[in-house]
Design a protein around this ligand. Structure first.
Ligand code: HAM
Length: 435
């Protein structure tokens, strides 16, 4: 007996309708904003990812790196941005109209210790806007993240916002932070003592109580921004205010990748425990140059579907699925099968989601299958060539001519669907109904 690899899981039909509706919903605002689909390989030359953060856990500890039969070092993508920027360079998007606005959806791979909301294969949807550093595009991208959660019906998402500065001001800040951490080294955990020397910014992310106490009074980047970064951040915030976006200033927010410059942000959901980041992103000016490309400033985000599914559960949101069967066809006896398969095909060709009972199930089994299918209408095809149309909600049943069966079923389905949509929601059941 095999099972799915540790940290990876199967998406089964019971869950997949909601899943694909969520993917579509999250990206719908970005589609309306002109972000077009891009799809890059799920593996890249390892060097592509080495550039995104040589001092980060994602790159040093979590990459699925392997050598192919041609001796090339390849890595399963731990995130989407590096591959998108690699593709943008390779296809010279800098020579075309900018910004180059793209969206993507697909699996990512990180060798992490699995726990609730943290898996080794996980699914992200994301957007990237390349080629401009206008603060208005920062505001657009951040707002599209906010709208993504609204679109799928999530309410309890908080936006954390920060500016990480740039190569002009960040080194001075890092040096200031480093001296502060060195001065407090005795109180820090061992890992943070190490980070103080290798990547002091990462220490800001430490959740340990002893470090938190030190970090609470650590110098913050937003007090050390150079004038251009300060102005850029002020403009981003003023656009966000105008757009009615609500955020929390998070001057200690550091992201798990090294490529960020200036605007950075994270979306957190309050019903998820430790793995509460449902998405995050930021600006990564300089990444294109690091990958050998032209100047191509960029900003984007990625949202994690596994955590969003948990957040939807926590909020009790059930996005609709449009894959359910609408009309179910039941042939009575072998001589009715040909009529049944042709009716099913006619229904499907006219855009109705239709299915039929396969195999010899008997009337009881067939009706059970019809119930399970969730169809509002079933058609019982009789050996004499007559057809009974049955409304599954009410049990009402009447004969319709064979030649009209598909059209009548489609019309009846639509009427029942409209009646259902127009009906006031059923009163919640209480135990004291007659009190
Ligand atoms: P990230 O913050 O590493 O950013 O990942 C974005 C989201 O992916 C996280 O907030 C989380 O919801 C989800 N995620 C990450 N790791 C896991 C995991 N092991 N299991 C389940 N979900 C996970 C990026 O990936 C950047 N590429 C975002 C970006 C786009 N920045 C600029 N453009």
């Amino acid at each position: 007996m095999f099972s799915a690899p540790k940290g990876a899981s199967d998406l089964l039909p019971e869950e997949s309708g909601r899943w694909s509706a969520t993917v579509t919903g999250l990206l719908a605002p970005s589609v309306r904003a002109g972000y077009r689909l891009v799809d890059t390989p799920i593996f890249e030359e390892t060097g592509v990812f080495l550039r995104v953060g040589e001092a980060t856990d994602i790159v040093t500890k979590e990459m699925y790196t392997f050598e192919d039969k041609g001796g090339r070092s390849l890595t399963l993508r731990p995130e989407g941005t590096a591959g998108v920027v690699r593709a943008a360079i390779e296809h010279h998007v800098d020579r075309g109209p900018l910004p180059w606005k793209v969206r993507y959806a697909g699996p990512m791979f990180r060798y992490e210790r699995p726990q609730a909301g943290r898996t080794r294969q996980f699914f992200q949807v994301g957007v990237e806007a390349l080629g401009v550093d206008d603060p208005a595009i920062d505001a657009e991208v951040v707002t599209l993240g906010v709208r993504a959660f609204e679109e799928v019906g999530l309410s309890n998402v908080t936006l954390l916002l920060n500016s990480m500065g740039d190569e002009a001001c960040r080194p001075t800040y890092i040096a200031t932070l480093q001296s502060y951490l060195r001065a407090n080294a005795a109180t820090l955990c061992r890992e943070c003592q190490g980070r103080t020397e290798t990547n002091p910014l990462r220490a800001l992310d430490c959740k340990r109580a002893e470090c938190q106490a030190v970090l609470a009074t650590a110098p913050v980047i937003t007090d050390h921004l150079c004038v251009p970064c300060k102005d850029h951040y002020a403009e981003v915030r003023s656009y966000l205010s105008a757009l009615g976006v609500i955020w929390t200033e998070a001057p200690r927010l550091v992201r798990g990748l090294d490529y960020y410059r200036r605007t950075t942000f994270e979306f957190q959901h309050d019903g998820l425990g430790a793995q509460n980041a449902v998405g995050g992103g930021g600006r990564y000016d300089g990444l294109s140059e690091a990958l050998g490309g032209p100047s191509l400033p960029g900003i984007g985000w990625a949202l994690g579907l596994e955590r969003i599914a948990l957040a939807l559960d926590a909020e009790g949101v059930v996005p609709g699925s449009d894959e359910g069967i609408e009309v179910f066809v039941i042939p009575i006896g072998p001589e009715s099968r040909t009529n049944a398969v042709t009716i099913v095909d006619e229904l499907r060709s006219s855009g109705v989601r239709a299915d039929m009972v396969f195999g010899d199930r008997g009337m009881k089994g067939a009706m059970k299958a019809a119930d399970r299918s969730g169809a509002r209408i079933s058609l019982i095809v009789e050996p004499a060539g007559t057809v009974q149309l049955k409304h599954m909600d009410t049990g009402e049943q009447y004969a319709v001519p064979l030649a009209e069966a598909a059209a009548r079923a489609a019309a009846a389905e639509q009427r029942d669907q409209e009646a259902h949509d127009a009906a006031p929601p059923a009163a919640p059941e209480t135990e004291e109904d007659d009190a």
